[in-house]
Design a protein around this ligand. Structure first.
Ligand code: F3S
Length: 108
C-alpha cells in the first residue's frame, strides 16, 4: 500500500509534504511531485500538510484519480529525490483547484 500524489499538485508543487515525510519518499519533476511506492510507509502525515489536498491513500483515491497510482510508480523511477521544501511554483495559488491539470504534467 502507498500514498499517491494526484492532479492538483500539478503546477502548484507547494512542497509542504516534503518536510514531514520520515522516509524521504518524494520525487520531484518540473511541475509535479510523486511518491515512490517502494519507499512510502503509509504514515499519512503528508496528507493533511498539502495545501492543495493532492495526496491520498491509494484506497481512498477518487475514481477519476486511479491512474495516478501508475503515474506515481513510473515517474518515481525517473524523477529525482527531494528532501527539503522549497518555494511553490510562482502561480501555485492560481492553479490550486483547477481541474484536469494532467495535460500540463511535465515529465522532464
Ligand atoms: Fe504537491 Fe501538495 Fe506536496 S501540492 S508538492 S503534494 S504539498
Amino acid at each position: 500500500m502507498t500514498h499517491v500524489v494526484t492532479d492538483n499538485c500539478i503546477n502548484c508543487k507547494y512542497t509542504d509534504c516534503i518536510d514531514v515525510c520520515p522516509v524521504d519518499c518524494f520525487r520531484e519533476g518540473p511541475n509535479f511531485l510523486v511518491i515512490d511506492p517502494e519507499e512510502c510507509i503509509d504514515c499519512a502525515v503528508c496528507v493533511t500538510e498539502c495545501p492543495a489536498n493532492a495526496i491520498f491513500h491509494e484506497e481512498d483515491l477518487p475514481k477519476n484519480m486511479i491512474n495516478f497510482i501508475e503515474i506515481n510508480k513510473q515517474l518515481s523511477k525517473k524523477f529525482k529525490n527531494i528532501t527539503r521544501s522549497k518555494n511553490p511554483l510562482p502561480d501555485a495559488d492560481k492553479w490550486n483547484g483547477v481541474e484536469d491539470k494532467i495535460k500540463y504534467l511535465k515529465q522532464k
